[in-house]
Design a protein around this ligand. Sequence first.
Ligand SMILES: [Zn+2]
Length: 257
Amino acid sequence: MPAAALAALIRERQPCVVLTGAGVSTESGIPDFRSDSGIWADVDPFEVASIQAFRRNPERVWSFYRERIHLLREAEPNAAHQALAELERRGLVAALVTQNIDTLHSRAGSRDVIEVHGSIRSAVCLQCLSTEAADDVLAQLEDSPTPICIHCGDVLKPGVTLFGELLPPGAIERATDLPRPAGSVLFVGSSLEVWPVPGCRSRPAHSPSSTAARLLSTTARCSRSTQAPAQHSPPRSKPSADGARVDCTRCLAECYD
Ligand SMILES: [Zn+2]
């Protein structure tokens, strides 16, 4: 789909809801998960990013997330994040649902951001449910392999949704309800593999006036999958690439140029 046609769709089919995946952040230097050079090519997600691993060996999980948090905090929003924020400022994007934990949409200026996999902003105590800001967590990790809850002394968990955990209920309800009345749903940088994105993809079909468009970043690929697991689950196999690459930033910028 040419950039101009997509821009016209976004302008005409309002309100527009955006769903983003890891591909939107790869140009900020953040590797995705499932490509050949992605994070899960070298690391087993069951060992470092599952709730079972956290309960079994929190030190190992925190060793992985300490590096992730440092990397993500050093990254800067790229032109695609900026363009999406600008579209929201101009009233062309109603809300943005993201699977990313990097907070780059908020840092770019997007206001209504639903982070369905949590974020690196904080860590949470599973015992008393209090949260601790990332700055304090990282300070603790300078001297200890795991951060501790200052209220009850339990080990804190990263504020992201680990594999095997249920997705945050408030966020997931908004993420699945938002596309329902939308005039258009724009997928950016998502393989459409990870729930809730496949579930959201089917929503606009209920409305005859709605349109779903898929916009991949220059480094993301499209893959074919419709399976929606009940929980946040690790990938079982790598998706096969079958989609074209589109210049994400040019498409988005054309919407308001
Ligand atoms: Zn606690």
